[in-house]
Design a protein around this ligand. Structure first.
Ligand code: ZN
Ligand code: FE
Length: 256
């Protein structure tokens, strides 16, 4: 648990995150939604960028890379193998099971196709950190645009399997609108009601709602709860396969 984390807002609702290893001085950016706030964050911290870990190819996650790399030419751009060709200036491609080091910190690559076909997330097991990009949000999940719903459900089950005390970081601050939808699916969930109030208070104080404990998300995020009877019943699919329940919840969110 030696990593230092700095999260900062980018664009209208994206997050940038820096992961710093004090032992070696290495610093990774998780995606680069926007160059200026990323360079400012690095300058404020006095950290030298050594790595850029890309979750997926969408512009709001990679468009800041060229400008940041011009300032830190040695920074290595790590890109998902499934879509690396569409990530600017990528240096290496990584796939499921690969290890990505940031100085002495180690992360594992988990492939989570669905939002995009090549989407990956980075899990720092020793640091109990998960950088989920646009696969998983607090109380939500990414729009499923490039794979069948069942494939996205498989991706989410990989994240459900991670330890409860993992800190979840995401690509966007969508918690409030996600909470409003989640309450339509799971209105009797008291932990969800409490977290909605907590998130509102954080935002009112000008703070981010992320990170959040993955264990809490498992208890309140309807997209992770396709096996829960209350969620199944709420969408009229009690006892049905979780992939079908997930698909129905996601369809309802698309129309919400
Ligand atoms: Zn995206
Ligand atoms: Fe995004």
């Amino acid at each position: 648990m030696n990593a230092l984390i700095h999260q900062y807002p980018c664009l209208s609702d994206n997050f940038g995150v820096l992961v710093h290893d004090p032992a070696t001085g290495a610093t990774a950016a998780i995606d680069v939604p926007e160059a200026a706030p990323t360079l400012k964050a690095l300058a404020e911290k006095g950290w030298t960028l050594t790595d850029i870990l890309v979750t997926h190819r969408h512009a709001d996650h990679v468009q800041g890379i060229p400008e940041v790399k011009a300032r830190f030419p040695a920074a290595r751009v790590v890109a998902p193998a499934g879509e690396a060709d569409r990530v600017p200036l990528f240096d290496i491609k990584v796939k499921e099971g690969d290890t990505v080091k940031v100085g002495s910190l180690e992360s594992q690559v988990i492939e989570t196709p669905g939002h995009t076909i090549g989407h990956i997330v980075y899990w720092f097991e020793g640091e109990k950190l998960l950088f989920a990009g646009d696969t998983l949000f607090s109380l939500g999940c990414g729009r499923v645009m490039e794979a069948p719903m069942a494939v996205m459900w498989d991706s989410l089950t990989k994240l459900i399997a991670l330890p409860d005390d993992t800190q979840l970081y995401c690509g966007h601050e969508y918690t409030l609108s996600n909470a409003k939808f989640a309450l339509t699916i799971d209105p009797g969930n008291e932990a969800l009601q409490r977290h909605y109030a907590h998130a509102q208070a954080l935002l009112a104080a000008g703070k981010a709602t992320l990170p959040v404990a993955l264990g809490l998300e498992k208890a309140i995020n309807p997209f992770l709860r396709a096996e829960n009877a209350a969620v199944q019943k709420s969408v009229g699919l009690l006892g049905k396969p979780p992939a079908d329940v997930f698909a129905e919840v996601r369809e309802r969110k698309n129309k919400f």
